[in-house]
Design a protein around this ligand. Structure first.
Ligand code: 3YP
Ligand code: ZN
Length: 368
């Protein structure tokens, strides 16, 4: 029996991204409306776990606020002060496309603290694996700047904590969010203790980042792998990415813990991505990571939630991942699956294979 932990709190949904125009601040000619990163998508994910009867079978992990000491393992004091000041006043932009609402500072601390608690539960053996369904997300945040809806670098902060407190020195991050995991990459670019792998839509966000030749630097050279997949990539491309790049890299690196930056915005229904993943695809990728974790690190796997903007579809991708992690089956079928699976081009296409081969060459060179 696998014990799977879940971090969740209603307060995550009280982070107010405001009256917006998708991902751009409104104002003529942009009519104000919804922000893409709105609370409902993640709340519906949790609601589906609840009505599916899954939540009650998971180990609930209570989030807490990350301490200033923990946040400062990544962020600059100046930046943290700036976010707090904005949050205490009437909000603002933490850097680039990153809404801070009133009170968002404390919620961002709760998000980082939730990921720390999930990691702690896995590392101490309280659970076998864990999913932190947190908000706001973290993988774009820089040390001194919020980016792409991310205020604090939740996973970076949790990994720095794991190194400082648990003494871990080999941690892998697999980022399957459709956007490049630039914040995580930058944080560990020269750090040989952390292997960062990002599979993302080529040159979408942030533009100019996530290229194959970005392999890490100094002592961290060869410890960063990017797989910039062409728009339109489907399950075949993601499975090939995992089989040819991610899994061999993990087996060579031999991490003590595998972390996933889990966005569901590579789905075929996402407004902020142009890929074709679906729930069965995410289930298959999760199975691969679990097999690697079982071989390499006693199954220690933790996921931190990132993006995913289809309020209708994210819950089914999330349910599939958590069913796979826990071995539980709700019996609920994904009503959208046949539509996504039937989209043309789900099989690996030649252009996609070429990118995967280029990333594969990086893996062979540095992690044979
Ligand atoms: C940030 C601005 C445009 C796209 C958006 C991406 C946020 C996200 O889901 N990152 O993983
Ligand atoms: Zn994303």
């Amino acid at each position: 029996m696998t014990r799977t932990g879940l971090v969740y709190h209603e307060l995550y949904q009280w982070h107010d991204t405001g009256n917006h125009a998708g991902f751009i601040f409104p104002g003529f000619p942009l009519q104000p409306g919804m922000h893409n990163e709105h609370p409902e998508t993640k709340r519906r994910f949790k609601n589906l776990l609840d009505v599916a009867g899954i939540t009650e079978q998971l180990t609930s992990i209570k989030p807490r606020h990350a301490t200033l000491e923990e946040i400062l393992r990544f962020h600059t004091p100046d930046y943290v002060e700036r976010v707090k000041a904005m949050s205490d006043a009437y909000g603002g932009d933490a850097g680039e496309l990153t809404q801070v609402g009133r009170g968002s500072y404390e919620i961002a601390l709760l998000s980082a603290g939730g990921v720390i608690e999930a990691l702690d539960a896995v590392v101490t053996g309280k659970v076998d694996n864990a999913y932190a369904l947190v908000r706001p997300p973290g993988h774009h945040a820089d040390a001194d700047k919020g980016r792409g809806f991310c205020i604090f670098g939740n996973l970076v902060i949790a990994i720095r904590h794991a190194m400082a407190v648990h003494g871990l020195d080999r941690i892998a991050v697999v980022d399957w969010d459709v956007h490049h995991g630039n914040g995580t990459e930058t944080a560990f670019y020269e750090d040989p203790r952390v292997l960062t792998i990002s599979a993302h839509q080529d040159n979408w966000y942030p533009q100019g980042r996530g290229l194959v030749p970005d392999v890490g630097a100094g002592a961290g050279e060869g410890r960063n792998i990017n797989v910039p997949l062409p728009p339109g990539s489907g399950v075949g491309a993601y499975e090939a990415t995992f089989d040819q790049v991610v899994l061999p890299a993990l087996h060579a690196f031999k991490p003590q813990l595998i972390c996933v930056a889990s966005g569901f915005d590579a789905s075929g229904f996402d407004p902020l991505g142009r890929m074709m993943m679906h729930s069965a695809g995410y289930r298959a990728l999760t199975a691969r990571l679990m097999a690697a974790a079982a071989d390499l690190c006693d199954g220690r796997l933790m996921m931190a939630h990132e993006g995913g903007y289809s309020p209708y579809y994210v819950p089914f991708c999330g349910l599939a991942v958590i069913e796979q992690m826990s071995g539980l089956r709700s019996g609920i079928e994904d009503p959208y699956l046949a539509f996504a699976a039937g989209m043309a081009g789900q099989d690996l296409q030649p252009g996609q294979a070429a990118v995967i081969e280029a990333a594969s060459a990086v893996r062979r060179k540095y992690l044979p």
